[in-house]
Write a protein that binds this ligand. Structure first.
Ligand code: MG
Length: 252
């Protein structure tokens, strides 16, 4: 009896393929979980971790000393780099994620090249200082610099696919999908990091495979790390400091 049932199942399944049954290629399980999206796509959806709510830097600490809360200035629903206090990073560590972040170059920005509103978003901070993987933040609305160091570049590794900069004084968005690198026990790379990024809704990095951590001089290389904080740069150039708001993350 069972034998005939099995035979029938095999025959009918084979027949489904043979006749081009669309059901043969339908996936019904698993079912992606339902997430209530925000009213606008820049607002945090229901399952996001809010990294800045417009009021408090409680999710951020000083990079120089992680026991010290971030010292940057919070006002009017945003926070601004407080020059000389150094980089800040998230209190929590992450691996793979989707991140939304908004930033603004001051309207009265001065300077040129890399000294014009320079900051940076380190997608994983692997140590102190400027360690990690930097996507550049800079005013490149009407400011030329080396292409692999302009806004939305993976600094000195990948040119942005477009220059989508808004004018100084206007809020801009980054939406980023980060896949962290994986390492073998001996420290060698199991799989490199990948990044996809949108600047003001324009695709600027398309699943770019990173060659290693960002370095100012020389060639990038990897060193083993696990889950890492996200870091923002106090660059120290003499131009007016830049501001951030509405930062949220979904772990993947
Ligand atoms: Mg920078």
């Amino acid at each position: 009896m069972h034998k005939y049932l099995l035979l029938f199942a095999m025959v009918s399944s084979a027949a489904a393929f043979a006749q081009g049954d669309p059901k043969a290629t339908e996936v019904w399980s698993p079912v992606p979980k339902v997430i209530a999206p925000a009213a606008t796509s820049t607002d945090a959806p229901a399952d996001a971790i809010i990294l800045f709510d417009g009021k408090s830097l409680s999710e951020w600490v000083s990079v120089k000393d992680a026991s010290v809360p971030a010292q940057w200035t919070v006002a009017n629903g945003a926070f601004t780099v407080k020059k000389g206090t150094g980089n800040i990073q998230t209190r929590r560590s992450f691996t793979d994620y989707q991140l939304h972040l908004e930033w603004k170059i001051p309207e009265n920005i001065t300077g040129e090249g890399q000294a014009r509103g320079n900051s940076g978003l380190f997608l994983a901070s692997t140590g102190g200082g400027d360690s990690g993987y930097e996507i550049q933040i800079l005013d490149c609305y009407n400011n030329s610099t080396y292409s692999n160091g302009q806004t939305a570049s993976i600094y000195k590794q990948a040119l942005p696919l477009a220059n989508a900069c808004r004018k100084p004084g206007e809020w801009q968005t980054y939406d980023i999908i980060w896949t962290a690198p994986r390492f073998n026990d001996d420290g060698t790379v199991k799989s490199p990091a990948h990044v996809t990024a949108f600047h003001n809704g324009v695709l600027v990095q398309n699943n770019f495979e990173l060659k290693g951590e960002t370095v100012y001089i020389g060639k990038p290389s990897y060193r083993k790390h696990g889950p890492s904080p996200i870091k923002l740069q106090d660059h120290g150039d003499p131009s007016e400091p830049i501001s951030f708001r509405n930062i949220w993350l979904r772990e993947l």
